[in-house]
Design a binder for this molecule. Structure first.
Ligand SMILES: CC(C)(COP(=O)(O)OP(=O)(O)OC[C@H]1O[C@@H](n2cnc3c(N)ncnc32)[C@H](O)[C@@H]1OP(=O)(O)O)[C@@H](O)C(=O)NCCC(=O)NCCS
Length: 207
């Protein structure tokens, strides 16, 4: 199954690959990592396999796209962004959406995060591991005691320098109370300071 001397595979011969033919009508897109035509990827972007940059996406200088990360259709990613392992930026095609996800300069998206449905992350913000945001997500700013959410035609916006972590809020219905249920509610616990900078600093040696 090796492609050539540089791309060699070793496996048990009882675990061969399923042969896929055009008649199977399965669309198998090539490559552990792929950058689709119709995307813009600036100089100095680092792509760690497997990752995928879909059509219409824009990825600016010095950004790192780590393993298992997705830059969905038309997502706009600024300079010096860290898109950590398994983080996902949703696209606009399926289901169709009018707004792309926007990640501004120097944002840190932690591992296993998901940003969907036109959410905007303003510059220098940090999403702690596992934060999921879409246009239905309510985000609680504990510093300014404000509720952030999307409104008709206005996307959810995470403010500049905000540090967001996963959280939950209780379900107030009788049923919810009876079973002690809660709903995901990401929270801004602080705004970026020297400690955050130290924990999210990009490794220049890798660039
Ligand atoms: C957000 C993050 C950068 C921490 O930033 P920080 O500025 O150092 O934040 P602090 O440690 O001062 O935390 C502030 C408060 O939030 C809490 N907190 C911070 N991150 C949290 C998280 N991810 N989950 C739960 N609580 C968290 C802390 O316990 C602390 O609570 P306290 O004030 O009650 O003590 C870090 O938690 C994080 O998620 N990093 C991303 C790691 C990652 O995904 N790497 C990718 C590798 S591929």
């Amino acid at each position: 199954m090796s492609l050539n001397e540089n791309f060699r595979y070793f496996d048990k011969d009882s675990l061969s690959l399923k042969p896929v033919e055009i008649e199977n009508s399965i669309r198998l897109v090539p490559g552990g990592s792929s950058i689709r035509t119709g995307s813009y990827v600036a100089k100095g972007v680092i792509c760690m396999p497997p990752m995928y940059i879909n059509i219409g996406a824009y990825v600016d200088e010095g950004t790192m796209i780590d393993s298992h990360a997705l830059v969905g259709t038309c997502a706009q990613v600024g300079k010096g962004v860290h898109l950590s392992a398994a983080s996902q930026l949703g696209g606009v095609l399926e289901p169709p959406g009018a707004r792309p996800v926007i990640i501004e300069d120097n944002v840190m998206i932690g591992g296993n995060c998901g940003v969907y449905e036109g959410v905007i992350i303003r510059k220098n913000a940090v999403l702690g591991s596992g934060v999921i945001l879409n246009s239905s997500t309510k985000v609680f700013d504990l510093v300014n005691e404000k509720l952030l959410k999307s409104d008709s035609g206005i996307p959810l916006e995470i403010p500049e320098g905000a540090v967001v972590i996963p959280g939950s809020r209780s379900v107030d219905s009788e049923f919810g109370k009876k079973f002690g249920l809660s709903i995901s509610a990401p929270m801004i616990v602080k705004y970026r300071d020297a400690k955050t900078d130290a924990r999210t600093a990009l490794e220049q040696a890798l660039r």
